[in-house]
Ligand binder design. Sequence first.
Ligand code: BV8
Length: 229
Amino acid sequence: MTGAIFILSGAGLSAESGLRTFRAADGLWEDHRVEDVATPEAFQRDPKLVQRFYNERRRQAAEAQPNAAHKALAKLQKNHNAPVYLVTQNVDDLLERSGAEQVIHMHGAVKDALCAACAHRWTAPREMQVADPCPSCGQPKTRPDIVWFGEIPYHMDVIQDAIEDSDLFVSIGTSGTVYPAAGFGQMARHLGIKTLELNLEASNAPFDVQREGKASDIVPAWVDEILRG
Ligand code: BV8
């Protein structure tokens, strides 16, 4: 019987909900490389462009519906007899809308806004404008609550503790190209934790077990196996 389970998810979990993965778009948006838009420098240089990028992502995420994989992970977390840590690189809230709790968004959440002056957080308006004043301090220093390239991911201490507490590490729908998330599987292996990858195509990281298929097929099947014990 499996104890605590650590699940790291990436863009592939939400692909069948219609949210484009980074690789599928060759990492491009309006001919910009995502790495060039999702950075503090880009926001400094052209805040309107970056706000437009996230306004579009926020609208798409709000219009998307959870798929069977999101729902299966929420079911696992509700019914498994040990903790299920849901750590995601995704900025959408499809896991929460499936009933999952305490989802750890290590790269932030596109539905939220952050004040760069006073660190106040609130639910972003559908369209954020560069000059929007912070509802708390009033300064026009507002930004999407997103971890950009070159910024430190959120909740790293909680994530470390969760990995150490787990018996099984599962990677779902991520290419494992972005660090430090891409290093979590190695951390698990060093701790002697069994690792499983559920992905459309197996990545080249050394998981103990790799299953290929669409998340909406292979994640519910795996969850049912775990819950059957
Ligand atoms: C940091 C929010 C310091 C933004 C994101 C050189 C070498 C190594 C590292 C670096 C380097 N230069 C710079 C770095 C560090 C950098 C990094 O790793 N860069 C990469 C590009 C090399 N990392 C950082 O800057 C991070 N910060 O390092 O700070 C630090 C760290 C720790 C402690 C102290 C200091 C911050 C990174 C966060 C960036 N923000 N997201 C936004 O969303 O707009 S990253 C963003 O890209 C996502 O969040 C995600 O993490 C990543 C995309 O990855 P995936 O989710 O895997 O998506 P991808 O498209 O790549 O793959 C899709 C997968 O789905 C595929 O495997 C495919 O097979 C699968 N799939 C597709 N369809 C399906 C499917 N699977 C199942 N079913 C399907 N239907």
